[in-house]
Design a binder for this molecule. Structure first.
Ligand code: OSB
Ligand code: MG
Length: 370
């Protein structure tokens, strides 16, 4: 591959409705969109999933921009890359900063797939023609609001409902939801809002036949999660705690979780996501693809990785219209009876709408080979 130019753009897109988690609330989405260009004028696209503030992990939009500008883009422009799976080894000497690494690694994967006239999902080894999706519902003002959102989501066909929980918005809320919907596949995501001191409360969640509870304890913990899993019937799924295939191996060995949420950005890219997928498949641990309120570009990457065969549980990649007035890809991601039909076009399989990208861009910068 001959990468000639990298363009970073900072975008800001308004969300249709605010999204609230145990760590904070999003009114709009700010993110870095990455474009890599080859000498023939083909473009590969990806986005950084880092938020404006370091509340999900330690990265931010600004730290990602710095890492990309000072370290990652120079490596991409200087080295001859034969295959995108080499990118993560190029980056291996740089510690963490996974979302920054992933932001450019994904664009290289997209470009490579396009150079080879192949859909990205096939380049990754995926086979599914359609993928099952669920929806993540943020913390609401009232239980009635939550029940309304669940109703709408079920009408739209989503295959499972994820409910965000936090202390004060947990057992009573889930009880009401379960009473209203005795048979709907439901899970809860705590985004690290609890500690082992809350074990009696967490055990009450076993009454609600949840598919899983996602990341109940600290974002850097796998030890207490193992203690907790021994006392819970409900499977624990880890999100924040897993940054690599090695983390996944250790968590599984310790018994810290029975399910893993794969987020491409959190683990440093598509190559590492595939490694986690393969490891979990060998160990019979189901995985699913998480979401970070991505624009269509990130959503397309999520769809591509989800076509690998151990993504057996519905992911969080909901339709574009769940988040955006108008998404930056064409066509938008749509959900039809709870499934997304995987696009057949080359690369990410969706066209980036340059006019809308320009509209949402606050500033941008180009980097070229010296
Ligand atoms: O923990 O999965 C999470 C959104 C922002 C930060 C963290 C998470 C989430 C979601 C929403 O649950 C997933 C989505 O709809 O993109
Ligand atoms: Mg989560």
């Amino acid at each position: 591959m001959k990468i000639k130019e990298v363009i970073l753009r900072q975008l800001e897109m308004p969300l249709i409705s605010p999204f609230t988690t145990s760590f904070g609330s999003f009114e709009k989405k700010e993110f870095i969109l990455v474009e890599v260009k080859n000498e023939d004028g083909l473009s590969g696209w990806s986005e950084s999933v880092a938020f404006g503030a370091p509340w999900y992990n330690e990265e931010t939009i600004k730290t990602n921009w710095t890492m990309l500008e000072d370290f990652l883009i120079p490596l991409i422009l200087e080295q001859e890359i034969k295959h995108p799976s080499e990118v993560s080894s190029l980056f291996a000497y740089i510690r963490k900063n996974n979302m920054a690494k992933s932001a450019i690694e994904g664009a290289v994967w997209d470009l490579f797939a396009k150079e080879n006239n192949q859909p990205l999902y096939k380049t990754l080894g995926g086979t599914a023609k359609q993928i099952d999706v669920g929806i993540s519902i943020g913390i609401q003002k009232t239980v009635k609001d939550l029940l309304n959102k669940i109703e709408q989501s079920l009408e739209s066909g989503y295959k499972r409902i994820k409910i965000k929980i936090k202390p004060g918005w947990d057992v009573d809320v889930l009880r009401e939801v379960r009473q209203t919907y005795p048979n709907v596949p439901i899970m809860a995501d705590a985004n690290s809002a609890y500690s082992l001191q809350d074990i009696e409360l967490l055990k009450q969640l076993d009454d609600f036949n949840l598919m899983m509870i996602e990341q109940p304890l600290s974002s850097d913990d796998i030890v207490d999660h193992a203690t907790l899993q021994k006392q819970l019937k409900t499977p624990i799924c880890l999100d924040e705690s897993i940054h690599s295939a090695e983390d996944a191996r250790k968590a599984i060995e310790l018994g810290s979780c029975k399910i893993i949420n794969v987020k491409i950005g959190r683990v440093g890219g598509l190559t590492e996501s595939k490694k986690i997928h393969d490891l979990c498949k060998a160990l019979q641990i189901p995985v699913w693809c998480g979401g970070m309120l991505e624009s269509g570009v990130g959503r397309a990457h999520n769809i591509a990785i989800t076509t690998l065969d151990n993504f057996t549980l519905p992911g969080d990649t909901a339709a574009s219209a769940n988040y955006w007035y108008k998404d930056i890809i064409e066509p938008e991601v749509t959900v039809d009876q709870g499934v997304i039909h995987v696009p057949k076009g080359v690369g990410i399989g969706y066209e980036v709408n340059n006019r809308l990208v320009d509209k949402f861009t606050l500033f941008s910068k180009k980097y070229r080979k010296q």
